[in-house]
Design a binder for this molecule. Sequence first.
Ligand code: ATP
Length: 225
Amino acid sequence: MDIRFENAGVDYGVRTALFPLSLTLRERRIGVIGLNGSGKTTFARLINGLIKPTTGRISVDGLDTVGDAAKVLGRVGYIFQSPQNQIILPIVRDDIAFGLKARGYDKAQIETAVDSILDRFGVGHLGSRRAHELSGGELQMAALCSVLVTGPDILILDEPTNQLDLKNRSLVQNTMATLPENVIVISHDLPLLEDFDRVLLFDQGRLVADAPATEAIARYKEMAS
Ligand SMILES: Nc1ncnc2c1ncn2[C@@H]1O[C@H](COP(=O)(O)OP(=O)(O)OP(=O)(O)O)[C@@H](O)[C@H]1O
């Protein structure tokens, strides 16, 4: 993985959500922390092209997030903070299958892949459920399945544990530790990021620490106290 920010920033009118920054991300597990409204989601959405930079550019493995937007979207999976925005089809199983259909898988391949991802997360019982009837945590697990089934190289998770019970939180934590994909996680759940390779701390739209997890988390605690 090679994600490059070259003097990239985002303004909304007179409000700056992210001041221009330059950095290269290559680590396998990257955490993003900071107070509410500090620019974390803006930073993460720039990576898969959901938000376009007002200044500068961002590239993912050499692909420009604006010029090569479709390719970048195929390579970077994004799990939203509110999973209800993620699941678009009424039945969970159909939603998970959706991304595979778009990629040209045949029916048998789709069935196998959907069963396998549901089994991997121990949520086979959710497959036939209606998405709008699921609890927040169940929806989050379904969203994880829908994105991971398409095999992205890079996975961005925005607050992946905020609605999970202890059991599912452990499951997500263990999954992140063993996933072959590169993972970028925005979280207020600091213990989740403790053994990450690199943690970025944002404050009022500025990157104020870029360090190993222990150091960045300590700085954040100091800042927030
Ligand atoms: N579409 C928008 N229009 C105007 N301002 C926006 C927009 N999106 C975000 N902002 C502002 O940009 C700033 C950064 O927002 P962002 O969502 O990146 O913060 P965050 O660190 O992810 O916050 P949280 O922890 O609360 O999710 C905030 O002040 C927010 O109000």
